[in-house]
Design a binder for this molecule. Structure first.
Ligand SMILES: Nc1ncnc2c1ncn2[C@@H]1O[C@H](COP(=O)(O)OP(=O)(O)OP(=O)(O)O)[C@@H](O)[C@H]1O
Ligand SMILES: CC(C)(CO)[C@@H](O)C(=O)NCCC(=O)O
Ligand SMILES: [K+]
Length: 249
C-alpha cells in the first residue's frame, strides 16, 4: 500500500491505496502534518511501501513533511516536480516552474480522462481554472480567492461582519437574497464562485464550441455543482495526475 498526499494551502488530503489496482483503502483531510501522521499511523494493518506527494507549500515545509513521513513510516516520499511537458500536455506558462503543481497535476489528470479539450475548475482556498486544448496545449488559467479567502477578507476588513461556522452552514440552505449578515455574506460568496465557474465555461465555449469536458474539483466543488450541470465532479483529480507524474511500482 502507498500513501498519497495533496498538500494544499489550508489542508492536506491523504489516501492510502493498493498500488497494483489503485483500490482506495482509506483517506481523509487534516489541517496539520502531525494530524496526518496520527491518522495514518492509527490505521490498523497498513504497511506502507511508498509515498507520493504533491505540494503547493514552500520547499522547506514540504521537506519537513517528507522527513516526518520517513521517520514515522520508513518510506522515502516522492515529490512531484514541475515539467515542461508530460503525458501529452504542454505546460502553458512562460516559466513552467511557476505553475502551481496542484493545477498542473489536475490538468494532466483531466486531459487523461477527457482525451480531448478540457476545462478544470478547482475550488479550494483559491479558486482556479485551467484550459487544455485537444492537442494537449495547456493554454493557461485563472486564480481567484476561493470561499475561505473571500469570507475571511470580509470578516477581517469590516467591523460588523461576524458570525460562527454553524450559522454559515445553515445560511447555505438557500441562495435567496440574505435577510441576515451571515446569509448575505455566505450566499454572496457562493454566487461569486458560481459566477467564476460560469465565466470559465463561456471562455471554453468561445475557444472550443461545445467540444470540451468540464471537470470540477476541490473542497468547495459542491457549492457550484448546480451552476455547472455538465461538469464531471472528480474530487480526486489531483491524485489522478499525481499517479501519472510519480509512478510507483
Ligand atoms: N472535510 C472537509 N474538511 C475541510 N474542508 C472542507 C471539507 N469539505 C469541504 N471543505 C471545504 O473545502 C475548502 C478547501 O478546499 P481544498 O481542501 O480543496 O483546499 P486546499 O487544497 O487547502 O486549497 P488550494 O487547493 O487552493 O490550495 C474549504 O472552503 C472547506 O469549506
Ligand atoms: C494558486 C495556488 C495557491 C492554488 O493552490 C497554487 O496553485 C499555487 O501556489 N500556484 C503558484 C502560482 C501559479 O500557479 O501561478
Ligand atoms: K489543492
Amino acid at each position: 500500500m502507498i500513501l498519497e498526499l495533496d498538500c494544499g494551502n489550508s489542508f492536506i488530503k491523504w489516501r492510502v491505496i493498493h498500488v497494483a489496482d489503485a483500490v482506495i483503502e482509506s483517506g481523509g483531510i487534516v489541517d496539520s502534518d502531525q494530524a496526518l501522521v496520527a491518522e495514518v499511523a492509527a490505521l490498523a494493518s497498513v504497511r506502507l511501501s511508498g509515498c507520493r506527494i504533491v505540494s503547493v507549500r514552500s520547499e522547506e515545509e514540504t521537506d519537513a513533511l517528507c522527513a516526518l513521513i520517513a521517520q514515522a513510516f520508513a518510506v522515502q516520499a516522492r515529490v512531484a516536480h514541475p515539467a515542461r511537458e508530460m503525458a501529452g500536455v504542454r505546460n502553458g506558462y512562460d516559466d513552467y516552474q511557476r505553475l502551481g503543481m496542484d493545477r498542473w497535476l489536475a490538468a494532466l489528470g483531466a486531459f487523461h480522462l477527457a482525451r480531448g479539450a478540457c476545462l478544470v475548475i478547482d475550488l479550494g482556498t483559491a479558486a482556479k481554472a485551467d484550459f487544455v486544448a485537444a492537442d494537449g496545449e495547456h493554454l493557461g488559467g485563472y486564480i481567484c480567492p476561493g470561499m475561505p479567502l473571500m469570507r475571511s477578507q470580509l470578516r477581517t476588513h469590516t467591523r460588523r461582519i461576524r458570525y460562527d461556522d454553524a450559522s454559515a452552514e445553515r445560511a447555505l440552505a438557500s441562495l435567496a437574497p440574505g435577510r441576515s449578515t451571515v446569509e448575505a455574506v455566505e450566499r454572496g460568496c457562493v454566487l461569486m464562485l458560481q459566477g467564476f465557474a460560469r465565466t470559465q465555461l463561456e471562455q471554453a465555449r468561445a475557444l472550443w464550441g461545445e467540444d470540451f469536458t468540464v471537470f470540477l474539483t476541490g473542497g468547495d466543488a459542491p457549492l457550484v455543482k448546480e451552476a455547472v450541470p455538465q461538469a464531471r465532479v472528480v474530487p480526486d483529480l489531483v491524485f489522478v495526475g499525481l499517479a501519472m507524474a510519480c509512478p510507483l511500482d
